[in-house]
Design a protein around this ligand. Sequence first.
Ligand code: MG
Length: 122
Amino acid sequence: MDIQELQKEAHRIAVEHGFWAVGDEVANYRCFALRIALVHSELSEALEAARATDVSLDAVRNDYTFAGRLRSTALANVAEELADAVIRIADLAEAFRIDLQSAVETKMAHNEGRPWLHGKRF
Ligand SMILES: [Mg+2]
């Protein structure tokens, strides 16, 4: 599934499950702000899932096998919350007619040419 398909599917599912009332698709800043807050909430859930683990995420991260990653329930929980955040972003992008595929490709090409740490300290 590419990003364009992800956007359409995430938004379709969100609409079908009541996350968008009639008229919500009309872009307005309050609706946009609410959706951004929902992305934040998913990232906070990912952080809490990571905090709940006694497994070093660094150690797990270095086990690149799928089975190895799934051994950590905590990491699976982190992955689920990150997936929620991606889905929320895809839903938001589709609702506001944002071409996330192009935006990601453009930004990644830009980032590739940027200096070490993008010129920041960390
Ligand atoms: Mg969640």
